[in-house]
Design a protein around this ligand. Structure first.
Ligand SMILES: C[S@@+](CC[C@H](N)C(=O)[O-])C[C@H]1O[C@@H](n2cnc3c(N)ncnc32)[C@H](O)[C@@H]1O
Ligand SMILES: [Zn+2]
Length: 470
């Protein structure tokens, strides 16, 4: 397993990131995911033709305050900038690759503009073909104050509380290769109706001024891409597109120019991965518990879990092997042979009552090379060895791998009687002091010998005693 979850590495091995960039940028490696802290206007960011589907919501140029990029420049400048990044996305998109462009229908503040129509036109100018437009009914019931001329035909304002998702493509609409689709019949029927109604995402909850809800990339990805495709977002923001792509078994690639949002997206994507891992492990446990004390061949549990996860979550269960390995490492499963695991309920009882499982014992013994931690004697010397809790259970010691050590029978016994000998040692030390004060040489000699035995066997060494005659 990778140590630390946010390893910074030089550009990854994917091959999609251009040579030019590999030397001067860093990217965080997130399994099949790539998130870049970079500028989408930079064409040299990627090699050409790697994107199957772009789902994005560009800066709206409506005065939303982003951390470091201005968003209220001149409208003409905005359109010029739009052309530039659309050219890049076109260049990076494969033949039959698609673009789902979440943009406003229009803009009212600072002069009425047909933003949706203008951007759609530019997209076609740079080479994209137009397919259709989905109207997203955001149900934004925010308080309206801009009525223009109230109750008068003089200059009233009309505002549609919707956004557009313009669907474009490169080359041909029909894909020239077959792939795995994961959309259900119900979803397909509902979503091919181009009026989508679901709520927007809370800015406060996400910590970004303009996040879109997961529903948006989810529907686009399931409708317009195959499992395993590369899904791209050049304006990643809080990371929604890549996070959802991850859940759906696509390879997510995102670019974000603002460092704060870049970090936010990485955090969200990683947290999501962890949460998935936990609930996926619960699902695997469910299978093994329903099939207790039976040797389970890898494909049996994997097939079940993948299908079950799809049924329950509509998502792709990625890397079930990793979950199984992890359950084995935690001591939940016994490895019978390569690719064969077994769940024994009595082992879990053991964990509950604080014992080490067989598997944990095996790992601990291996770590200590099957030798006593105190004297180094092992089975070769004909000595029986035991796995012991370093911090005893009665004092809150847990049955974790790091709280285990190997002891020979002798030292294990010593340790068991630790408590009793401790009181004894304190008593002998106290007696020794008194004997010394009274100048009782005979008693002093006796106690020195007794305490010497403690020392010789290294018993209760945390209680210090010094032989004055040494
Ligand atoms: C409308 S938001 C996208 C929100 C995103 N869909 C989400 O769910 O969080 C646009 C994002 O693009 C970023 N951005 C602006 N200019 C950029 C550029 N040239 N390259 C990359 N990202 C940019 C902004 O910082 C902002 O986070
Ligand atoms: Zn020993």
């Amino acid at each position: 397993m990778r140590s630390g979850k946010t390893t910074l590495i030089k550009y990854a091995m994917s091959g999609i990131i251009s040579k030019h960039k590999q030397d001067n940028l860093v990217v965080k490696e997130l399994d099949a995911t790539e998130v870049l802290f970079a500028d989408s206007l930079d064409k040299k960011l990627f090699e050409k033709n790697f994107v199957d589907l772009t789902v994005t919501s560009p800066p709206y140029n409506v005065g939303i305050v982003y951390n470091s990029t201005g968003d209220d420049g001149d409208y003409e400048d905005y359109l010029k900038c739009t052309k530039k990044w659309l050219e890049n996305v076109y260049y990076w998109t494969r033949h039959t690759g698609r673009l789902c462009l979440n943009i406003p229908l229009d803009k009212n503040k600072g002069g009425q503009k047909s933003v949706g129509a203008d951007i759609t036109t530019i997209a076609q100018k740079v080479g994209f073909s137009y397919h259709s437009t989905i109207i997203w009914n955001e149900q934004n019931i925010s308080k309206r104050t801009a009525w223009g001329s109230w109750l008068s035909a003089s200059a009233p304002y009309v505002i549609a509380p919707v956004e557009l998702i313009v669907i474009l493509y490169k080359g041909d609409w029909k894909k020239n290769r077959r792939g795995e689709s994961d959309i259900t019949k119900e979803e397909f029927m509902a979503w091919t109706n181009g009026l989508w109604t679901f709520n927007g995402e809370s800015k406060k909850r996400i910590g970004h001024p303009a996040p879109f809800p997961k529903q948006l990339p989810l529907r686009c990805i399931k409708l317009f891409s195959y499992v395993g495709d590369t899904v791209f977002d050049p304006f990643l923001g809080s990371g929604t597109t890549v996070l959802v792509a991850d859940n759906l078994g696509r390879k997510g690639v995102g670019v974000e120019i603002d460092e704060t949002y870049y970090n936010l997206s990485i955090n969200r994507i990683e947290k999501n991965k962890e949460a998935n891992m936990t609930s996926q492990k619960e699902l695997l446990k469910e299978f093994f518990k329903n099939n207790s004390n039976r040797d389970i061949n890898h494909p049996e549990v994997v097939d079940w879990a993948v299908e079950e996860w799809r049924k329950r979550k509509g998502e792709v269960f990625r890397d079930p092997d990793r979950g199984i390995r992890s359950l084995h490492q935690e001591g939940f499963l016994i490895k019978v042979s390569k690719g064969v695991y077994r769940y024994d309920p009595s082992l879990e009882e053991n964990i509950k009552f604080g014992n080490f499982t067989q598997e944990q014992k095996r790992i601990i013994k291996e770590r200590y090379e099957y030798r006593c931690a105190v004297c180094g004697a092992g089975e070769e010397e004909g000595v029986e060895i035991h796995v012991d809790h370093i911090k005893p259970r009665e004092r809150g010691g847990k049955s974790t791998l790091d709280n285990g050590q190997v002891l020979c029978s002798t030292h294990n016994n010593f340790k068991k009687h630790f408590k009793q000998t401790e009181t004894g040692k304190r008593m002998f030390i106290a007696l020794y002091k008194i004997a010394k004060e009274n100048g009782d040489k005979h008693l002093q000699k006796f106690l020195t010998e007794v305490l010497g035995v403690y020392e010789k066997y290294n018993i209760n060494s945390q209680i210090e005693w010094k032989d004055d005659n040494k």
